[in-house]
Design a binder for this molecule. Structure first.
Ligand SMILES: Cc1cc2nc3c(=O)[nH]c(=O)nc-3n(C[C@H](O)[C@H](O)[C@H](O)COP(=O)(O)O)c2cc1C
Length: 318
């Protein structure tokens, strides 16, 4: 399958494995790239400059396929300043940069300093139109069902994506609820030129969360996620557990950001994921209810793409 996105990124499949904080390290990203998908390393995972440089060197050793690096614009996500991270990536010759979290406008010069292809991810139609007018190369848009940050407007992928596709010139990556060949084809049918799957790739051999956490995801149903952090205008969709419920209750009681912050710690989530604990939030999308098995990244990508080809044939015969 060839789209403007596969051509621009030089990847085999119109499929991005969504960047996942604490998980998208060199090994995970290289496994995705080697399977023919596109993925980005999460630079905010490596707050220390030497560790970031090291991890990128490792990634280059592990794959000769294209990959990107995600630079988080969410306030407080990255201990380093955004511009420092961008200077390091330019110096190391990173060719694809993904931003998300806030408008990339103040950083465009740094992002483009070495001619990198720029992908920006957002969750609202108006943000997609705005970044299109700034000349961003590829725009990613996620619907309300996505894992991680769905935005404040609660518009589902099915409604959002065709509208965005009709409103921008840049090629579009669609995210939120994609997990197999059927949904990949649905994304392309809606006008996207690639789809993002994040939650689906939690249940892969190479994803470093604990086996018991993967089991919990397999047992989760369609209604087992919830959105928290709306009160602080940074909604995040997570697995429903007592920890997330207690945050929701605090928000309903009008808790301040200072009161909420200790409960939201990303490091606590990472530690819990790796050890199979439960006292933390676990970002994941509604589609976790459709995940029934853990596979290697290569087998999963192959399975998704062969199903997509079957769907393509079925639709051509209608
Ligand atoms: C555990 C987890 C961590 C995530 N971390 C990030 C992140 O650090 N940066 C980012 O841009 N998106 C992040 N996301 C969002 C994904 O990249 C992707 O947009 C989203 O998962 C797509 O929706 P889906 O979960 O329905 O597939 C995360 C998602 C999950 C599930």
């Amino acid at each position: 399958m060839k789209t403007r996105i596969t051509e621009m990124l030089g990847v085999k499949h119109p499929l991005q494995v969504g960047t996942m904080m604490h998980l998208s390290n060199a090994d995970f990203v290289a496994a995705c790239a080697n399977a023919g998908a596109f993925a980005c390393m999460a630079s905010a995972m490596f707050p220390d400059e030497a560790t970031l440089r090291n991890e990128l060197a490792r990634l280059k050793d592990l794959t000769d396929k294209p990959f990107g690096v995600n630079v988080s614009l969410f306030p407080g996500h990255d201990a380093r300043s955004v511009d420092v991270t961008l200077d390091i990536l330019a110096e190391l010759g990173v060719k694809i940069i993904e931003t998300a979290g806030r408008s990339p406008q103040p950083h465009l010069e740094k992002i483009r300093q070495n001619g990198a292809t720029h992908i920006h991810k957002c969750a609202r139609l108006r943000d997609a139109i705005k970044v299109d007018s700034l000349g961003v190369d590829i725009i990613s848009v996620v619907g309300a069902e996505c894992g991680g940050h769905p935005g404040m407007e609660d518009i589902s992928t099915l409604v959002l994506i065709p509208e965005v596709a009709a409103s921008i010139k840049a090629p579009l990556f669609a995210g939120g609820g994609f997990c197999d060949g059927k949904t990949l084809m649905a994304g392309l049918a809606m006008g996207a030129e690639g789809v993002i799957m994040g939650s689906r790739f939690l249940n892969t051999d190479e994803c470093r969360i604990h086996a018991s956490t993967k089991e919990r995801f397999i047992k989760a149903g369609l209604t087992d996620t919830m959105v928290i952090q709306r009160s602080i205008h940074s909604p995040v969709r997570v697995l429903t557990n007592e920890w997330a419920m207690s945050i929701k209750t605090m928000e309903e009681r009008g808790a301040t950001l200072e009161e909420l912050l200790p409960k939201l710690s990303g490091q606590r989530s990472a530690d819990s994921w790796m050890t199979g604990g439960d006292d933390a939030i676990f970002p994941c999308g509604q589609v976790i209810g459709r995940v029934k098995e853990t596979l290697s990244i290569k087998s999963l990508v192959d399975k998704i793409m062969s199903e997509a080809t079957e769907v393509q044939k079925r639709l051509a015969a209608i």
